[in-house]
Design a protein around this ligand. Structure first.
Ligand code: XMP
Length: 325
């Protein structure tokens, strides 16, 4: 539409003024916000933009391949970093949700710093005076973190407040005045693929905060198989666009008794957490059709032998949050 074209033109011009002949770097999460921000910046400065995507080993089934495929088609300079061992080693033995989040945030920074050095060289040597960092910050993000001191800290989002002071970053944030629906409209206007534009929000720490308890490769593997089934069935029912997001949570330290055939099982529960929302600040539990829930439950307990019970979370936000950690 006209308005979205206006927003794009205005931002492209502003970015050209800000960055001049410089280079910029953008951390892509796979989500729509960073993708749209990067696409606008690429329109402004072309191949002087480098995109970095970190696979921390806690993405969903097939996700990194999908991101690589989608993004390579759009962004000429994409750096996919496999950092799974680094993240999972750092998380070994850790159970506390905030501790997990801080570790993941810290490892993101380390990975990203290495990428910065590759792109900008040693800044102190004067190769480029300013390192430009593209972020997909939206208006609600600005509002939510606006207070700074005194702002209640419910969860430490992995990408907030963690950038090291000794790297002189200047932020490029073309989406700062927009809401999610506008970002999606801009993304469509820019011609980004629907898988990118309509992807459900997915937290930076990934499945790491959907495993209640220690994160291990085995547990990630169980959750990935259950999560894939839930996603497949939601899509098959044509409900993707009715749902804000659909976390599946593994209660990895809980076991319950079940029975299958003649055999007793002693497996783990998973919790389905489909929610509707406008901006993630508040949310309601989604009334998924019973048939869809039934299919998901049957398939998970048949196809994922480690799981013998499927529960549904019917808590709104507040008092619950969307993610369990
Ligand atoms: P909560 O669980 O706080 O989540 O209701 C609100 C929204 O934020 C997402 N989320 C995150 N996104 N990094 C992110 O990029 C994070 O650390 C993070 N934690 C939660 C969550 O998926 C939901 O959309």
């Amino acid at each position: 539409t006209w308005t979205m074209l206006n927003i794009i033109d205005e931002q492209v011009e502003r970015i050209r003024e800000q960055v001049g002949e410089g280079r910029a770097i953008c951390a892509l999460s796979g989500g729509v916000d960073s993708a749209v921000a990067a696409a606008i910046v690429q329109r402004a400065i072309g191949d002087r933009l480098t995109c970095v995507y970190v696979d921390h080993g806690m993405m969903r089934h097939g996700e990194t391949d999908q991101v690589r495929r989608d993004f390579e088609a759009v962004f000429s300079d994409l750096d996919v970093v496999d950092a799974a061992d680094q993240f999972l080693d750092a998380l070994a033995g850790v159970q506390d949700p905030e501790e997990k989040r801080k570790i993941i945030g810290r490892e993101f920074i380390r990975t990203f710093e290495a990428a910065e050095v590759r792109v900008f060289g040693d800044l102190a040597s004067g190769a480029q005076a300013t390192a430009y960092l593209v972020q997909g910050t939206l208006y609600p993000d600005v509002v939510e973190s606006g207070g700074g001191a005194g702002t209640s800290n419910i969860k430490s989002h992995h990408n907030v407040g963690g950038l090291p002071d000794d790297l002189q970053f200047e932020l490029v944030e073309p989406l700062r005045t927009l809401f999610k629906d506008e970002v999606r409209a801009v993304g469509e206007q820019l011609g980004l693929p629907p898988t990118m534009v309509w992807r459900h929000p997915f937290p930076g720490p990934g499945l790491g905060i959907r495993i209640i308890g220690e994160v291990t490769r085995e547990r990630l593997d169980i959750l990935r198989r259950a999560d894939l089934i839930a996603r497949e069935e939601l899509t098959a029912a044509g409900l993707d666009r009715d749902i804000w997001q659909f976390p599946v949570v593994l209660l990895a330290d809980v076991r319950s008794v079940g029975v299958q055939g003649d055999g007793r099982t002693y497996g783990h529960p998973v919790v389905l957490r489909p929610v509707t929302s406008e901006d993630a600040m508040t949310a309601d539990w989604a009334r998924l059709p019973y048939e869809v829930m039934e299919t998901i439950s049957t398939r998970i307990t048949n196809e994922v032998p480690e799981v013998n019970r499927v529960a549904v979370d019917i808590t709104s936000k507040p008092p619950g949050t969307i993610e369990w950690e």
